[in-house]
Design a protein around this ligand. Structure first.
Ligand SMILES: [Zn+2]
Length: 348
């Protein structure tokens, strides 16, 4: 599938000269980058920063996976996209591929429009030396964590919301993993998505850049330099903290139990025949407070709520959410779209 295009040696030296001058990379490091394959999962603010930096840095193969289309409110922070992409109704993965091919034609860029889940993730990461997290939800991160440990592929976690962000590097069978850090999906998660709590661009820009630095170190083989802490930032407060994370003795993933990859947990969708609606089940959730969720969603859309159900309307979409975390997304039969909406506004 991949074919790295030939670039004349003189052009290559010129293109990467400022990077090879840096002692941590050098000419040998540059060669290693050129022979590397990375997969970026999620192409929002983090993903666009990561993709543009790695393509410019000369990583030989960059695969970008995302399920969404570009919307106007993405342009505030998703640096690869423009208004033409919205007019042309392009999916993010395709727009990213088109823009990046113009930036560096000597590397291979592949955009894949897909909803990453336990049935397809192993195929999507095939051939990868490294996986980078540009996601907006915990469920898929747990899935990346499982697949990373199973296939011994390092990955770099990154998350940003509001003015804060977090990143951690996971080297399978060496560092603590993401489930050592967070054994279960945090819940209730109201306020935990960019679509409900908002986000300012410096938070994902800094986290994405830290992820890129980790990627460069891993790909050139600078093992000792790899960050082994959880880094937490808050750009509004100017705060930057390191936290030591330990291996959790009962971590299922570290013990080879890949519960997310086996499809035991996560969102389940069913198209409700004849109703033009999709039901979303969250298998990892106990009861949560509809009242709390209502308070959060009220800021961005119309909400009516009693103790039995919450009705949420935003743009042309309508969701009915129940106390067990189950939701019915109306006016669509598209299960992937319904999952996306659930992830966006309720969190997963
Ligand atoms: Zn673990």
């Amino acid at each position: 599938m991949w074919r790295i295009k030939e670039e004349k040696p003189s052009t290559m030296i010129d293109r990467y000269s400022r990077q090879t001058l840096f002692g941590g990379i050098g000419e040998e490091g540059q060669r290693r980058l050129g022979n590397s394959c990375v997969v970026i999962i999620g192409c929002g603010a983090l993903g666009t920063i990561i993709a543009t930096s790695l393509v410019r840095a000369g990583v030989g193969k960059v695969r970008i996976v995302d399920r969404d289309f570009i919307e106007c409110h993405n342009l505030q922070r998703q640096v690869l996209f423009d208004e033409d992409d919205i007019r042309n109704e392009l999916p993010k993965a395709i727009a990213a591929e088109r823009h990046l091919k113009k930036v560096n034609s000597s590397v291979e860029v592949e955009g894949i429009v897909a909803d990453v889940n336990y049935t397809n993730i192993e195929k999507l990461i095939s051939g990868a030396d490294l996986i980078l997290d540009g996601l907006d939800n915990f469920e898929t991160r747990f899935l990346i964590n499982d697949v990373s440990i199973k296939h011994k592929i390092p990955w770099v976690y990154g998350g940003a919301i509001s003015s804060a962000g977090w990143t951690m590097t996971i080297i399978p069978h060496e560092t603590p993993c993401f489930r050592c850090l967070s054994p279960t999906i945090p819940y209730p998660q109201v306020n935990l998505t960019c679509d409900t709590a908002g986000v300012i661009s410096p938070a994902p820009f800094i986290i994405g850049s830290l992820q890129v630095a980790e990627a460069l170190k891993i790909l050139v083989g600078a093992k000792e330099e790899i960050n082994r802490d959880l880094i937490s930032i808050n750009v509004w407060e100017g705060a930057f903290h390191h936290f030591k994370i330990s291996h959790r003795p009962d971590c299922p993933a570290c013990q080879g139990k890949y519960e997310f990859l086996e499809g035991k947990f996560g969102l389940r969708t069913t198209s409700l025949c004849g109703q033009n609606a999709v039901q979303v089940l969250n298998t990892k959730v106990g009861e949560f407070s509809l009242k709390e969720l209502a308070a959060c969603l009220k800021v961005i859309g119309q909400v009516t709520c009693n103790e039995f159900m919450l009705r949420f309307t935003i743009d042309s979409h309508e969701m009915v959410i129940f106390p067990d975390g189950r939701a019915i997304v109306k006016n669509t039969a598209d299960e992937s779209f319904a999952r996306g909406l659930y992830t966006k506004y309720i969190g997963a």
